[in-house]
Design a protein around this ligand. Structure first.
Ligand code: SF4
Length: 364
């Protein structure tokens, strides 16, 4: 392992200096900013993060500012980026660091692991990239590179949790003159050269020691993942109007899109109105506590794909009847041109667009 690790570290460092993409989070050594970027980059494309990262840092430039913010404004800044649990955990992590670590992002992996939302990968990334410590880190890109380099055939040893990959990465960063460069280089190699399909082995700096390339196994390693059918939810997206006002619902604090604003959602199965048309008025009243009339399904269905779930949403307009004074804290009325104040996920924007609700104006 030592000779292999020294080889990889020695080849990757100069390659990274010459070939890395110029990304905003690579121009800083601020551990807070690097932590934010690592959380944003989980399950999210670099191109998307490029937009959100500077805006988020402008609004929350340091741990203290983020810790002191209310959750609604953090979710608002994260709106559209998806996987909102990350934002809530980042917020909680900042509060932990502000109160427990004097506002300083820890530099050791064991201390970083105690911060809410920081797992082994993020701890390794912050310790190595921000503090130049020889800390191991394995994400999907690194796992693919190491599986191919070492010719790992067994699927259970190929993924980012495989202990063999953590040991190999530890040996590589231990052998590096600058762990921060080599840690980033491993990830960059996976993202830009050793790609899932058609890796460009001809320009790979470690091709001379790559087992998969030598044996013609680059299409076989890693083994394709077997995916089961994705569950689908068939839902009414209920647009309750009171005159020109529209009701929106803040989702529960746990579960999908927790704490984010959406239309009230009701399963279509068993909740159809009279004659099978539109949403059942009784179901709307049961869920929201609001008396409604005139259920009318709109033509525009909205499909939203999450990683492990698909929502098939059918907007249905109903009219509130009587006075609507007591709607509780999980609902709010929007006036024309308003958006709810707080987190508004993409799916809600799609629904509002389907209702031709103007979202260009101020927040409620
Ligand atoms: Fe990946 Fe090809 Fe480099 Fe091997 S030689 S690490 S398969 S890009």
């Amino acid at each position: 392992m030592t000779g292999f690790a020294r080889y990889v570290a020695a080849r990757l460092a100069p390659w990274f200096r010459d070939h890395h993409r110029d990304l905003a989070w690579r121009r800083t050594r601020d551990p807070y900013a690097i932590w934010v970027s690592e959380i944003m980059l989980q399950q999210t494309r670099v191109e998307t993060v490029k937009d959100y990262y500077p805006r988020f840092l402008q609004r929350f430039p340091d741990v203290g500012t983020l810790a002191a913010a209310d959750q609604a404004s953090v979710l608002q800044a994260w709106s559209g980026l998806g996987y909102y649990r990350r934002a809530r955990l980042l917020h909680r992590g900042a509060q932990y660091i502000a109160t427990t670590c004097d506002g300083k992002v820890p530099d050791r992996v064991d201390a970083l692991r105690k911060v809410p939302g920081i797992g082994p990968y993020t701890a390794g990334a912050v310790a190595s990239i921000a503090y130049d410590k020889p800390a191991a880190l394995v994400d999907g890109n690194v796992a693919r590179v190491l599986s191919r380099l070492q010719g790992v055939m067994e699927p259970k040893h190929q993924d980012a949790k495989a202990p063999g990959h953590w040991q190999a990465t530890q040996a590589i960063v231990d052998a590096a003159k600058s762990p921060r460069i080599v840690a980033q280089a491993l990830m960059e190699l996976g993202a830009t050269v050793c790609t899932p399909v058609n890796p460009t082995c001809l320009v790979c700096p470690v091709r001379a020691r790559c087992v998969a390339r030598a044996r013609g196994l680059t299409a076989t390693i890693p083994a394709p993942k077997k995916r089961g059918p994705v569950p689908r939810d068939d839902l009414w997206a209920v647009a309750i109007y009171a005159g020109e006002k529209l009701l929106v619902h803040r989702r529960p604090d746990k579960g999908l899109l927790a704490g984010m604003w959406c239309l009230p959602l009701i399963p279509r199965e068993g909740n159809r109105g009279r004659g099978g048309k539109g949403v059942s008025l009784a179901a709307v009243r049961k869920q929201t506590g609001i008396r409604v009339a005139r259920s009318r399904e709109l033509d525009t269905a909205v499909k939203h794909i999450f990683t492990h779930r698909i929502w098939e949403l059918h907007p249905c307009r109903v009219e509130a009847t009587g006075k609507q004074t007591d709607i509780g804290t999980h609902y709010t009325w929007l006036h024309p041109g308003e958006l709810p104040s707080g987190g508004v996920p993409k799916v809600t924007r799609k629904l509002l667009a389907a209702l031709t609700w103007d979202t260009s104006s101020k927040r409620a």
